[in-house]
Design a protein around this ligand. Structure first.
Ligand SMILES: [Zn+2]
Length: 83
């Protein structure tokens, strides 16, 4: 093996925001914090869960709060739609 051209490759500890901790090998050579892993990602759990790390879902909901496809209740002139 040629010397001084290969990166370090060590065991590291990965910690997920869900609390799952596991060991792996990486050339990063430092412990890692992640937001989603195979223990909590909907693809693996089979459960519906919104992975919203930056409040994007709330932002979207706020932006389009006044809009509705059916235009009932929230539309002040909703009586026109009932005819
Ligand atoms: Zn996780």
């Amino acid at each position: 093996m040629q010397e001084n051209i290969h990166p370090q490759y060590q065991d590291i500890t990965v910690t997920c925001s869900c609390g799952h901790v596991f060991q792996t090998k990486s050339a990063l050579c430092a412990d890692l914090n992640i937001e989603v892993c195979n223990e909590c990602h909907p693809f693996y759990t089979g459960k519906q869960k919104i992975v919203d790390t930056a409040g994007r879902v709330d932002k979207f909901a706020k932006k389009f709060a006044g809009l509705s496809l059916t235009k009932k209740n929230k539309d002040p002139e909703g009586k026109e739609n009932q005819e």
